[in-house]
Write a protein that binds this ligand. Structure first.
Ligand code: JBK
Length: 234
């Protein structure tokens, strides 16, 4: 899997060289390239923004640098197997299903906007050539798409075979299919008693059936309280 990041702050993506993602890069499972969008500017000030047509506050990212970056990175031939991800507050919510779908991609290009956003013609042009995903990490305001791109990257890449040491752990996580899309149950480890708080007895019983039932009940109760929207049968 090759991941490209178009951004005016490429140093944001230096962190992808550490921990599990760093190992995936070292093992050749993932190939990461961060690009400074200003590479594709031609004026003395390396300008990437301009005032919004129709007026309004702030600045809009000019289309030209993006178009020239696409030309260099992807060429002009349409290829639906290339996924262009645009983190944006106006996108559809990024969910585990999106991470699962994108984990099968061979090529993902993250376009990280700043200011008031990217000239919409860039998205229109990209949509004619590649598979475009305008995705939102959440309903809050960030200064740009870089932090969201990092979070999406982790959610996607950890699902790629060979990245996680123990793929079994994927099946018991929140939102995973094996968890019926429910929130993950509370977890405990040693000591059995800590500052007056004890590990639930059932977890110390060694009775796997009872433990599995307790965990299912905990997941459902937690989901009912915190995320009733995830419950499909209520
Ligand atoms: N929320 C937000 C933003 O304010 C700017 C860029 C991307 C996002 N997002 O993906 O959620």
């Amino acid at each position: 899997m090759r991941l490209d990041y178009l951004t005016i702050f490429p140093e944001f993506f230096d962190v992808l060289g550490i921990s599990l993602l760093g190992k995936a890069v070292d093992n050749g499972i993932v190939d990461i390239h961060a690009h400074d969008l200003r590479t594709w500017t031609h004026d003395r000030h390396r300008t990437v923004d301009d005032t919004p047509c129709g007026g309004g506050a702030g600045m809009v990212m000019k289309p030209d640098p993006w178009g020239e970056a696409f030309d260099d990175l992807l060429g002009a031939d349409p290829d639906p197997s290339v996924h262009v991800v645009i983190p944006t507050p106006s996108g559809t919510p990024f969910r585990q299903d999106d991470a699962a779908q994108l984990s099968h991609a061979d090529r993902i290009v993250f376009c990280c906007g700043r200011y008031e956003g990217i000239d919409h013609r860039v998205i229109d042009y990209a949509s004619e050539h590649w598979s475009v995903h305008e995705l939102s990490l959440g309903d809050y305001v960030l200064n740009g798409g870089e932090v969201a791109a990092l979070a999406m990257t982790e959610a996607i890449v950890r699902l790629v075979p060979g990245v996680l040491g123990n793929p079994e752990s994927l099946s018991e996580e929140s939102y995973s299919q094996d968890q019926e899309g429910l929130l993950e149950y509370p977890v405990y480890t040693r000591p059995a008693s800590w500052r007056g708080w004890d590990v639930p007895e059932v977890l110390m019983s060694g009775h796997h059936g009872h433990i599995a039932q307790w965990r299912r009940e905990q997941s459902r109760e937690l989901t009912r309280r915190r995320r009733p929207d995830l419950l499909t049968d209520e």
